[in-house]
Design a protein around this ligand. Structure first.
Ligand SMILES: C[S@@+](CC[C@H](N)C(=O)[O-])C[C@H]1O[C@@H](n2cnc3c(N)ncnc32)[C@H](O)[C@@H]1O
Length: 281
């Protein structure tokens, strides 16, 4: 039984980094006219109402997207696209709706591109279906995202991106996510693969990074941001491991991370890491 609901956490500091990275990857695929395929193995709801009781209960979004929107300074170009999508969802009015990864990517999709969303929570799948009802470019599947990878890759487009965004409520997810990424990579070695991870247990993060480094992938970049010291309580940071990062992605991240860390950890104490786990630019 799944207990994790992303509605409690939508728009928090970790979503900001994850979604900014996602935009950079999608934009890189759009440098060519050729279509691409996007697979979201753990899709969530697609859209979150920040006025809902669940979001209000934690108020996490106030320390993530809320902070970013308060910032007057423009920041890296990459964030402008992200903020434009968020503002567009709110019709340029006050912030109420926050786009999950599926809605964010959908807003960037061109007519030739398509996406496939997997979600296993019986309630969240309903919301996801409503969000993309009648949308011919989007397939919403009530299925295990880890199991979908083998069946869906390689995509007919031969270009694409897979986002792995498990909640890690099952400890085995740290191992499974690398195993499944490798199954995907073996079928689709030119694809981009992005693995999100939380910094809750540093040992688990180290093991995850080591597993990717030893997996045999040719190139993998780790992008991490912490807003508090390890072990100081709850999730103190988050990261993305990107396999086959596109050209100049490392430079985009080198610009993004220091700026974002200052905004999301305004009292200081924020840190970031940009590290090649395999290969390099
Ligand atoms: C962190 S949330 C996803 C957030 C979303 N990717 C975003 O950025 O907006 C993880 C989601 O995965 C779902 N989930 C958990 N295990 C799954 C599985 N094996 N296959 C598909 N979905 C799963 C959960 O119900 C939850 O909605």
């Amino acid at each position: 039984m799944l207990s994790y609901r992303h509605a409690f956490h939508a728009g928090n500091f970790a979503d900001v980094l994850k979604h900014a990275v996602l935009i950079a990857l999608v934009q890189s695929l759009q440098r060519k006219e050729k279509p691409f395929f996007y697979l979201d193995t753990h899709a969530g709801l697609g859209r979150y109402d920040l006025n809902a009781a669940v979001a209000e209960k934690t108020g996490e979004w106030r320390h993530g997207i809320g902070r970013l929107l308060e910032k007057k300074e423009k920041g890296p170009v990459l964030l402008r696209t992200y903020l434009n999508v968020v503002k567009g969802l709110n019709h340029k009015g006050p912030l109420r709706y926050y786009p999950g990864s599926p809605r964010l990517v959908r807003e960037l999709l061109r007519p030739q591109d398509r996406m496939w969303l997997c979600e296993l929570h019986p309630k969240d799948i309903e919301g996801l279906r409503r969000e993309f009802d009648q949308d011919r470019q989007v397939k919403v599947a009530f299925e295990n995202g880890f199991q979908a990878v083998k069946a869906l890759l390689p995509p007919k487009e031969r270009r694409g991106l897979v986002l792995f965004d498990p909640s890690y409520e099952v400890k085995g997810d740290y191992r499974t996510v690398v195993e499944v990424m490798m199954q995907g990579y073996q079928r689709f070695a030119t694809g981009q693969f992005a693995i999100w991870y939380p910094v809750v247990d540093r040992g688990a993060v180290d093991r995850l990074c080591k597993a990717v480094a030893q997996s045999g992938v040719a190139r993998a970049l780790r992008v991490e941001q912490c807003i508090a010291i390890d072990g100081s309580g709850g999730m103190t940071g988050s990261g993305m491991i990107v396999v086959n990062p596109p050209w100049q992605f490392d430079e985009q991240m080198a610009e993004l991370l220091p700026w974002l860390t200052t905004v999301l950890a305004p009292a200081g104490g924020g840190t970031f890491q940009l590290e090649w786990l395999a290969g390099q630019a």
